[in-house]
Design a protein around this ligand. Structure first.
Ligand SMILES: Cc1ncc(COP(=O)(O)O)c(C=O)c1O
Length: 452
C-alpha cells in the first residue's frame, strides 16, 4: 500500500489476497470473471463506483432511477416477466422466492439436495419441507436427479403444499428434468421455483435449459458463480407476472438497505456483455469443456451420467484410482486451482474468461495425472431420518456442539452435509440416527450442533 493510506500494522486479509494473487494460479473456480473479464474493466476504479443510493444512481428496493433502468434492461435481455438484481447473492433471491410463494408459512415439496440458504429461509418463514429424495441416477457417489413422478406423488399426498422447490443444476452440474416436473406441478396448480445458482449462464448458452423456459415460476441465478459478476451478484428471475408486485418487498425483507453499487454495476455490465458477446463466448467455452471431458474420459476420469451443465467439469477420479484431492494437488502443482475436490471427485468450473492457454495447461495436467487401481466412491446416503421438530424450532432452539460419535438420538440444530453427495445427511429438526452419525464421521464431519 502506498501514499497517504499507508498502514504498517498487520492486515491479514490483504496480505493473504496479495499472496494468493502472486501465485498466478489459473482459476477453475468461482467467480466467473476469473479476475480478467474485459467487460468489468470500469470496476478497476471500484472506489469511484462505491456510492450510496443517490438521486443520480437510484434506489434498488424503491425501484427508482438508473438501478430500475438497469433491471428493466436485464428483464428485456432475459425475456422474463421481471429480472431483479441482488447484491446479497443467490441467498437473498432464495429467501425472496420462498417469501413470495408462502408469505405466512406452509408446506413446500422440496428437493433434498438443498442449499443451506433455503433451509435457513424456511426457518425464518416457518415453512415445513416435504422432502423428495434424488434417484441416484448420475453415477456412483452422486445424488442424482429429482424424478417427476416422485414430485407428483408428494403433491398428491400433500394437497396443501404451496410450491415445489428444486435445485438444478446442483453443485455437480447435474440437471433434473424441470420440464417434466413443471408439467406434473401444473396438474396440481402448484408453482415450481428453482435454485439455479449454478446455471446463471444457461439462458445465453441454450435458453431451453433455463428453468423459466421449462415452466418454472421463478428461479435464482447466482451470476457471480459462472458469469463476469462480482462475488455476491445474482439475478432473481420471475417468469410468472403474478408475483411481480411483491418482489421488491420480499427482497427488502431480507436484504441490506445499502446494496453494493459495484456489485449492482457488475450485474449491469454483465447483462450488456451477455447481449453483445455472451452467446458466442459461452458456446465456445462449452465446446472446450466437451473436448476436455472427452479427453479426461480417455484417462479414466468419468463425468456424471445424463443431462448436466455443459460448463461444469466434474470428474469421478476414484474410477481412475486417484482421489479428487490428489488430483487437485497435481493440478495445483501445474498452476491450476480447482473449485472443489474430495476423496472421489474433482470439480472444475470453466467460464468464457478462461483462455486457450488455460485449457491447454489443463489438458496437459490431465495427461500427466497419475492414475491407479479404481475404487468406489463412498456411499453417503442414509435412509430419511425421523422428524422431531420443524426447521424453525430446531434452528432457533438453544444448542450445543457435540461429537458426532455421541450424536445418535439427539435432534440436529444445523444442516450437516457431506459433499458429495451434497445431500444433507440430517436437517435441523431431524433425529440423528446411528446410521447418520456414522456417515457424518466417515465423511469427516466430526462435530454437530444439536438441540439442548
Ligand atoms: C446450490 C446453491 N444454492 C445457493 C447458493 C447460495 O448462493 P450465493 O453464494 O450466491 O448466495 C449456493 C452457493 O454456493 C449453492 O451452491
Amino acid at each position: 500500500m502506498e501514499g497517504k493510506g499507508i498502514l504498517t500494522i498487520d492486515i491479514p486479509l490483504y496480505q493473504a489476497l496479495i499472496q494468493h494473487r502472486k501465485t498466478e494460479q489459473i482459476s477453475l473456480h468461482m467467480p466467473g470473471h476469473k479476475g480478467k473479464a474485459d467487460c468489468l474493466v470500469p470496476l478497476a476504479d471500484i472506489l469511484g463506483f462505491d456510492v450510496t443510493e443517490l438521486p443520480s444512481t437510484g434506489s434498488l428496493f424503491d425501484a427508482e432511477g438508473p438501478t430500475l433502468l438497469a433491471e428493466e434492461a436485464a428483464t428485456r435481455a432475459f425475456k422474463t416477466a421481471g429480472t431483479f438484481f441482488s447484491a446479497g447473492g443467490c441467498t437473498l433471491c432464495i429467501q425472496a422466492m420462498l417469501r413470495l410463494i408462502a408469505p405466512s408459512g406452509g408446506k413446500i415439496i422440496m428437493d433434498r439436495v438443498v442449499h443451506r440458504s433455503a433451509v435457513n429461509a424456511m426457518a425464518l418463514l416457518n415453512l415445513t419441507p416435504i422432502w423428495v429424495w434424488p434417484r441416484q441416477d448420475a453415477g456412483p457417489g452422486l445424488a442424482g436427479r429429482i424424478n417427476a413422478q416422485d414430485v407428483a406423488d408428494a403433491l398428491q399426498k400433500n394437497p396443501d403444499a404451496r410450491a415445489v422447490y428444486l435445485t438444478s443444476p446442483d453443485y455437480y452440474g447435474v440437471m433434473s428434468d424441470l420440464h417434466a416436473i413443471c408439467a406434473q406441478a401444473t396438474k396440481y396448480q402448484v408453482p415450481v421455483i428453482v435454485d439455479s445458482a449454478h446455471g446463471a449462464h444457461l439462458f445465453f448458452l441454450d435458453r431451453r435449459l433455463h428453468p423459466l423456459s421449462q415452466g418454472a415460476a421463478m428461479c435464482a441465478d447466482s451470476a457471480h458463480k459462472t458469469l463476469p459478476v462480482l462475488t455476491g451478484g445474482a439475478f432473481l428471475q420471475i417468469g410468472d407476472a403474478r408475483y411481480l408486485p411483491d418482489v421488491r418487498d420480499a427482497m427488502a425483507l431480507f436484504g441490506s438497505t445499502s446494496p453494493s453499487f459495484p456489485i449492482l454495476l457488475s450485474l449491469d455490465l454483465c447483462r450488456a456483455w451477455l447481449e453483445e458477446q455472451g452467446e458466442a463466448a459461452l458456446a465456445e467455452t462449452a465446446t472446450q469443456a466437451a473436448l476436455l471431458n472427452a479427453y479426461a474420459r480417455t484417462r479414466g476420469f468419468l463425468a456424471p451420467e445424463g443431462p448436466c451443465d455443459p460448463l461444469h467439469l466434474v470428474w469421478n477420479t476414484a474410477q481412475a484410482g486417484i482421489s479428487g484431492r490428489q488430483a487437485a494437488f497435481h493440478l495445483r502443482e501445474a498452476g491450476i486451482e480447482a473449485e472443489y475436490a474430495d476423496d472421489a471427485f474433482l470439480i472444475l468450473l470453466l467460464s468464457p474468461f478462461n483462455t486457450q492457454e488455460d485449457f491447454s495447461r489443463l489438458r496437459h495436467a490431465v495427461k500427466t495425472m497419475p492414475t491407479g487401481t479404481p475404487f468406489a466412491p463412498p456411499c453417503l446416503l442414509p435412509a430419511p431420518p425421523p422428524v422431531a421438530m420443524t426447521p424453525r424450532e430446531a434452528l432457533l432452539a438453544s444448542r450445543e456442539r457435540i461429537s458426532v460419535r455421541q450424536a445418535a438420538g439427539r435432534i440436529a440444530a444445523q444442516v450437516a452435509c457431506p459433499c458429495p453427495p451434497a445431500i444433507p445427511t440430517v436437517m435441523p429438526g431431524e433425529s440423528i440416527t446411528e446410521e447418520c452419525a456414522t456417515m457424518l464421521a466417515q465423511s469427516g464431519i466430526l462435530e454437530i450442533q444439536v438441540v439442548k
